[in-house]
Write a protein that binds this ligand. Structure first.
Ligand SMILES: C[S@@+](CC[C@H](N)C(=O)[O-])C[C@H]1O[C@@H](n2cnc3c(N)ncnc32)[C@H](O)[C@@H]1O
Length: 326
């Protein structure tokens, strides 16, 4: 068996287990069971974290092997990934992490912020934001908090994933292959990228993915002028400008990486035209909401963000994002 890089202790999972170590008995998953009968829903929090962490390591090692054109190593790593139950097992483990007793559904924070900003009304079908269109990249379930708002302030949620857990509600497609909508009305008000960037093994692909999110966001707010006037009359202080990108990362990606800091991430986002409008750190996750300014994104096309050491030290992880020029 091929040895992979030593575990990056502080980057494991991305889903926080809470204090309870009891086995999850929740049964609302749409996760499929693989031929290997891997069923992480029965695993302990520790075992779930270990499975997610091992997947991250194997995928990272595979990306390096692909870059070095080491076909034999790629095959060995593919075998190891398959033996672990493949992507389906990884997703099921992540879905387990979405259980309430493991830290929950990250879209709860998105919904909280949309409400706070007056983009979602307090009651069904009464508030502004009726027409909010959401694209969820890396979707595991159609039952999360943002999905439950469909018909209650959100018009629709388009969910995509590399490996769909339920083809009727989650389209199986790589975001990088998702056709860019030609017309503004077919684009989205909110794009969600929750715990996806850290899953992408290649640092340049992470940058490309972030850049591509802009093509899916509308140029104009969906709040009609009447909606805006009504909203401002009700709560003048609220800023209802759209469109927005919701990003969630394991906190150590920003707080303990050799190549990334919170400020550096904000610089990358700012360069892409994204203004930070909300942020929250839980014990294990960093939640961020950005607003895209389509005018700002046009400037300074030559800047490059390389993988450079920003925070030296021993006990660090290697999370990085590389952004090539436009
Ligand atoms: C850790 S799970 C996170 C799921 C969920 N968003 C959450 O916050 O719990 C990461 C998911 O991102 C998906 N993913 C990674 N890269 C993707 C891509 N390029 N296009 C679509 N989905 C992707 C993976 O298949 C995986 O299901």
């Amino acid at each position: 068996m091929v040895r992979t890089a030593k575990a990056v202790k502080s980057l494991k999972g991305g889903r926080p287990p809470l204090t309870s170590k009891k086995l999850s008995t929740s049964n609302h998953s749409t996760a499929t069971t693989t031929t290997n009968e891997v069923n992480p829903r029965r695993k302990s929090a520790k075992a779930t974290r270990k499975l997610i962490n091992t997947h991250h390591q194997l995928h990272k090692a595979r990306a390096i092997a692909v870059a070095g054109n080491n076909q034999q190593l790629v095959r060995d790593l593919d075998t190891q990934i398959e033996q672990l139950g493949g992507l389906a097992a990884y997703q099921a483990a992540s879905l387990t992490g979405q259980d309430k007793d493991r830290g929950g559904d990250s879209s709860i924070k998105l919904v909280e912020w949309l409400r706070k900003r007056g983009l979602i009304g307090q009651q069904s079908n009464t508030g502004p934001g009726q027409d909010l269109r959401v694209l969820e990249i890396g979707a595991l379930s159609s039952q999360n908090a943002i999905s439950r708002l469909v018909g209650k302030g959100v018009r629709d949620v388009k969910r995509i994933d590399l490996h769909s857990q339920d083809k009727s509600t989650i389209e199986e497609i790589d975001f990088m292959d998702l056709p860019i909508p030609l017309h503004d009305e077919d684009k989205f008000d909110i794009v969600s990228l929750s715990l996806v960037l850290n899953y992408v093994p290649d640092v340049a692909h992470r940058g490309n993915m972030l850049r591509r999110t802009r093509d899916f966001l509308r140029k104009l707010s969906t709040l009609s002028e009447t909606d805006k006037d009504e909203q401002e009359a009700r709560e003048p202080a609220k800023d209802t400008r759209l469109p927005c990108l919701f990003v969630v990362l394991p906190l150590p990606c920003l707080s303990n990486s050799r190549y990334m800091t919170h400020e550096h991430f904000l610089s990358i986002m700012q360069h892409l035209g994204y203004e930070s409008i909300e942020k929250h750190n839980s014990q294990k996750l960093a939640y961020m909401l950005f607003r895209l300014d389509h005018v700002q994104q046009q400037r300074d096309k030559s800047t490059v963000f390389k993988k450079i050491e920003l925070r030296p030290g021993g006990e660090r992880n290697n999370f990085a994002i590389v952004l090539a020029p436009d």
